[in-house]
Ligand binder design. Structure first.
Ligand SMILES: [Zn+2]
Length: 87
């Protein structure tokens, strides 16, 4: 059983699975079923991606690559979202 922390953006449960994102390779994909945040890695061992997901910082890396936003901008958004969640 993999110990995945909840989504860093919305706090809902995340799921991990193997998917063939580009038809050539299988990737480990962690997805939030609620807000659609995702992270993927092509390592054979899924502990790497799980560790990164749980640390959250590399989730920001992955998303900043995808969206073109800087990590600082994302971090601000995330902090805002966390503050909203505490209300
Ligand atoms: Zn989420």
């Amino acid at each position: 059983m993999t110990d995945l922390k909840p989504c860093p953006f919305c706090g809902h449960d995340a799921m991990i699975g193997a998917e063939d994102l580009d038809t050539y390779d299988m990737y480990w994909v962690i997805r939030c079923g609620y807000c659609g945040a995702m992270m993927y890695d092509d390592s054979e061992d899924k502990s790497w991606i799980v560790e990164r997901w749980n640390k959250r910082t590399v989730v920001l890396d992955g998303i900043s690559v995808k969206t073109g936003m800087s990590k600082e901008e994302l971090k601000e958004d995330l902090m805002e979202a966390l503050k909203e969640g505490e209300k």
